[in-house]
Design a protein around this ligand. Structure first.
Ligand code: NAD
Length: 316
């Protein structure tokens, strides 16, 4: 159960730079349903051994987007039979109170995963909160012990969005060895862990960011483009090599003549004329993130039962 990318039923796309008229859509909704089925099956097997993994979710304040994200996470947890505990704290809660709650959850053997929904109110130090979570319960994979473990190739809790992206890529391309991947964005929650996972999958990896010179030219060298920027439809056909596989992490709300709409960091219409496969927004990476949060809850429970993290040697 520890290997999050097992059970691949791969429909492999061969990268083909020749005439490609329209990209295949990588269906994150369908694949996330498959991942959730895997989790549900594992939850049932654990229940037969009287083991009931549980996830604690902390929501601080009333950010509307965070409310939606938390509601979806709790609903999916319920769907797969994972027990969830919601802790809603008011906007004016002190950092000390948040840290005390985390300490209680860290010490509670009935809680396997702890997730603090970000962003936090301005008076609370995000890093202080993240680093207070016991690494073995850190289902977001943001604690520096997990970040360091990931870089060293250890079996640790890994951020959910990049894990979901890797599953999408493996399902689409099979083995990624030797491919050139360009990650656009270098955030701690998406860009950096994504680049690390691609490196572990034996890709040659470039990271493009806000200070890169001619980001589009660097992207055009890529077999795989992962966009995690937060700029609506920034990446279009001119950024892509024919036949590239495109994973769009971005979620941006834009106003159109027909009302507000969600779009990614990639201009889907233009990019799908050049790419061989592409994730849509919505329905691509988003659902995979929640599925991998629940997979991480099971991995956390398993790591806790093993008493200590199992280490594997780094990939050379
Ligand atoms: P962030 O703001 O922390 O990081 C953005 C990165 O983009 C930065 O590293 C910056 O260097 C880079 N960047 C900015 N302008 C650039 C430019 N012109 N050229 C190249 N790089 C540039 O954002 P984040 O938290 O990594 O999120 C990125 C996007 O992904 C957002 O739209 C966010 O909503 C979305 N997101 C989606 C999911 C999901 O589950 N689908 C999860 C997390 C984030």
């Amino acid at each position: 159960m520890l290997q999050p990318f097992l059970n691949l039923k791969t429909t492999v796309i061969r990268l083909n730079p020749s005439a490609q008229t329209h990209a295949r859509i990588i269906d994150g909704k369908a694949l996330s349903a498959q991942v959730l089925d895997e989790v549900r099956e594992d939850v049932r097997a654990l229940a037969a051994q009287q083991i009931y993994p549980a996830l604690a979710v902390l929501l601080i304040g009333q950010d509307p987007a965070s409310e939606v994200y938390v509601r979806n996470k709790l609903l999916r947890a319920k769907d797969v039979g994972i027990h969830s505990l919601e802790h809603r704290l008011p906007d004016n809660v002190s950092q000390q109170q948040v840290l005390q709650l985390i300490q209680r959850l860290n010490a509670d053997p009935g809680v396997n995963g702890i997730l603090v929904q970000l962003p936090l109110p301005a008076h609370i130090n995000e890093q202080a909160v993240i680093q207070a979570i016991a690494p073995i319960k850190d289902v977001d994979g943001f604690h520096r012990e997990n970040v360091g473990g990931l870089v060293q190739g250890d079996e640790v809790l890994t951020p959910c969005t990049p894990s979901g992206c890797m599953r999408l890529l493996h399902e689409t391309l099979g083995d990624l060895s030797g491919l050139h991947a360009v990650v656009v964005g270098r955030s701690n929650i998406v860009g950096k862990p994504m680049a690390t996972l691609l490196l572990q999958a034996n890709c040659s990896v470039s990271v493009v960011h806000s200070r890169s010179v001619d980001a589009a030219a660097l992207c055009r060298l890529a077999d795989i483009v992962v966009a995690a920027v937060g700029r609506p439809q920034m990446i279009d056909a001119r950024w892509l090599k024919p036949g590239a596989v495109v994973i769009d992490v971005g979620i941006n709300r834009i106003d159109t003549s027909s009302g507000p709409r969600l779009v990614g960091d990639v201009d889907f219409e233009s990019a799908s004329r050049v790419a061989s496969a592409i994730t849509p927004v919505p329905g691509g990476v988003g659902p995979m993130t929640i599925a991998y949060l629940l997979k991480n809850t099971l991995i956390a429970s398993e790591l806790q039962r093993a008493e200590r993290p199992i280490s594997y040697p780094a990939v050379g």
